[in-house]
Design a protein around this ligand. Structure first.
Ligand SMILES: [Zn+2]
Length: 188
């Protein structure tokens, strides 16, 4: 599989072969990421709980400037389409966005995953049953997750995500989740 890699000068590129050395440099960076990094001893950690499967994951996915393939595999697995078990590599900036959020909120609690990757089949099914699901959702590209965090008010999570100015933030209080993605900076 390939990962989408962002370089400052050339925008989004398709980069091949993530399996071995993942010394991906030039990824999109933002001030809050740097701030959280300064407090983390050169390690980026993420914690997840998948509400649908009951799976937990706490892993360091980046250390000393390198993304760690085994950890990425685990993350891609827990964020898979739980309906079909299809796996897609999640975009690395999305993981950095989540890591930054966890750091800004200073919470040890995992992200509760409501929805991660959605296969085309699942997305089409959801779109047919709900007006709120886009036919070309960023969930289908591994660029979006729906989340909440126990103990963090949903509107606080929303405000923290909007403050990053990194991508899209959708607020779904009736369903108790915030959607974050690495698309255009926007909020709804
Ligand atoms: Zn979503």
């Amino acid at each position: 599989m390939s990962q989408r890699v962002c370089t400052k000068r050339r925008g989004w590129l398709k980069a091949g072969a993530v399996g071995t050395a993942v010394a991906l440099t030039g990824l999109r960076s933002w001030p809050a990421l740097a701030t959280v990094d300064r407090k983390s001893n050169g390690v980026r950690e993420l914690a997840f709980y998948n509400q649908h499967t009951g799976e937990n994951l706490k892993t360091s996915y980046w250390a000393d400037g390198n993304y760690l393939p085994d950890a990425l595999t685990d993350i891609n697995h827990i964020l898979r389409d739980y309906r079909t078990n299809d796996v897609l590599p999640m975009e690395l900036p999305l993981l950095d966005l989540l890591y930054t959020l966890q750091g800004v909120l200073a919470t040890p609690k995992p992200f509760q995953i409501i929805s991660g990757y959605r296969s085309p089949k699942t997305n089409a099914m959801l779109a047919a049953h709900s007006g709120g699901v886009a036919k070309t959702s960023l969930h289908m590209q591994g660029r979006a997750v729906d989340i909440h965090i126990e103990g963090i008010p949903l509107d606080q999570l929303r405000r923290a995500a909007i403050a990053l100015q990194v991508g899209g933030v959708g607020y779904y209080p009736a369903s108790n989740f915030v959607h974050v993605d690495t698309g255009r900076v926007r909020a709804w």
